[in-house]
Design a protein around this ligand. Structure first.
Ligand code: CA
Ligand code: CA
Ligand code: CA
Ligand code: CA
Length: 442
């Protein structure tokens, strides 16, 4: 009888030894951070005794752990210069509006928020923060280096500065992050990429608004030296390259074998060098392929220095005013002053004008369902109308969607017209008010 228990017992010992030898196999844990814990001598990262600083939590994390950050304003050296080299999730509990990492940097005290490095960090996720007031030589808010390819999502990055590369985000040395559902505005760099710079790297940028950033080359984005950048459903608007000698108010591509793909996007009111160009190409073997994108026509100036470079205008591009709710403003000193509202009016040509073959990305920058109306929109926003199926009529087929989702809570629904996460009487009232009337945006 005794022998029956020897094998399971041995197995348990082996499993325990392996578990101790391989970090993370005992199960991912959540490490808590709350700025209100400052001064607490018992900080362990538990829910009852959270760390006060994000850097302490990241240092304590093992692969696959989650660092969960409470609402608050995070400042000081323990909340900036946070280095991430393993696949962990750093997320806010309440979203970017209430979870702010303020670097408070200056030329005398240069710092940025995050430095992702090494391929082991490629499963890392940064979700739900405002990053502001960083200042560094490269990457004012975030650097991805040495094959780091994290996901950066649901973040606001504003008022950050770099001297040379990437006012907000710099991707260098084969780093290929996914940047999605971000609002990147009011950042600047002296040289390349007011918001994002890719150097020998291939970021994917989706569902994001990039507005009011400035540089010498590439007011919004600069793709350099064998970078292959893909841009989907982005609203790239009112960015500036240098007004005297810069190029590429929107996007600048340069140096060997750099390719940029843009689709389902809006390029509007990007300016540079007095010639208000949306994009510029320079140097050998550089290509820019654009499809299903709204490109401001009177600003579409292409600079091609070398014969080997080319712009490929694919299917579905338009050049009509996207009818933003409002544009932002630069002040006379050349600083980004007020953000625009880059939602669009109901009769905007960007609604239902994206690639008809586009597959759902789940939600737009507002967290509303994408695709809506039967076809994806151009830009970061998907406009929700009560004509749910986009057939031009508000009728029983639209009402059927409301019926199917009726009284569901905490959902992403085409029938959640007031965007509160619930499908209920308030949404039905909005629907019935417009029955047989012109279709409003929500
Ligand atoms: Ca649509
Ligand atoms: Ca929307
Ligand atoms: Ca309909
Ligand atoms: Ca609702």
């Amino acid at each position: 009888m005794r022998a029956r228990y020897e094998y399971p017992f041995s197995l348990i010992i082996i499993v325990l030894i392996l578990s101790l030898a391989i970090p993370g196999t005992l199960g991912a844990i959540t490490i808590y951070v709350d700025d209100d814990a400052v001064g607490d001598p018992c900080q362990t990262g538990s829910v009852s005794y959270p760390f006060a600083a994000i850097k302490d939590a990241v240092l304590a994390a093992d692969p696959c752990d989650v660092v969960l950050v409470a609402d608050g304003s995070y400042t000081g050296p323990d909340n900036c210069g946070i280095e991430v080299s393993i696949p962990i999730t750093i997320e806010s509990a309440g979203g970017p509006e209430v979870t702010i990492i303020d670097c408070q940097a200056s030329l005398a005290d240069a710092k940025r928020a995050f430095y992702f490095y090494g391929s082991a960090s490629s499963g890392a996720i940064l979700d739900g923060f405002t990053l502001e007031n960083g200042l560094m030589y490269t990457g004012g808010a975030i650097v991805c280096d040495e094959s780091a390819s994290p996901t950066i999502t649901n973040c606001i990055i504003r008022n950050c500065q770099a001297i040379s590369l990437g006012g907000a985000i710099a991707c260098i040395s084969d780093s290929n992050p996914l940047i999605t559902h971000c609002n990147i505005y009011g950042n600047s760099v002296e040289d390349y990429g007011g918001a994002i710079m890719a150097w020998a790297s291939s970021p994917i940028i989706k569902n994001s608004i990039i507005a009011g950033n400035k540089s010498s080359y590439g007011g919004a984005i600069a793709c350099l030296n064998q970078s292959e950048t893909e841009i989907y459903n982005c609203t790239i608007v009112q960015n500036r390259a240098d007004p005297v000698q810069g190029s590429g108010g929107g996007i600048y591509c340069a140096y060997d074998n750099t390719d940029v793909l843009i689709t389902n996007s809006i390029l509007w009111e990007n300016t540079s060098a007095g010639i208000r160009n949306q994009y510029a190409l320079s140097d050998d073997f550089v290509s820019l392929t654009i499809s299903y994108t709204d490109i401001q026509p009177d600003m579409e100036v292409i600079i091609i220095v070398a014969d080997d470079s080319m712009v490929v205008l694919g299917d579905g591009n338009i050049g009509s005013d996207p009818l933003f709710v409002s544009l932002g403003t630069w002040n006379v000193g050349g600083e980004w002053e007020v953000n625009g509202d880059y939602h669009v009016h109901v009769n905007s040509p960007v609604i239902n004008s994206g690639d008809p073959a586009y597959l759902s990305d789940n939600v737009d920058i507002d967290g509303q369902p994408r695709v809506h109306g039967g076809r994806v929109d151009m830009g970061a926003d998907e406009t929700i109308t009560i004509d749910i199926d986009g057939d031009g009529r508000v009728d029983l087929s639209d009402f059927a969607v409301i019926s199917q989702e009726w009284l569901l809570t905490d959902v992403v629904s085409h029938a959640d017209f007031d965007s509160d996460g619930d499908v209920n009487l308030a949404d039905l009232v909005i629907f019935l008010e417009s029955w047989f009337w012109p279709i409003p945006t929500i």
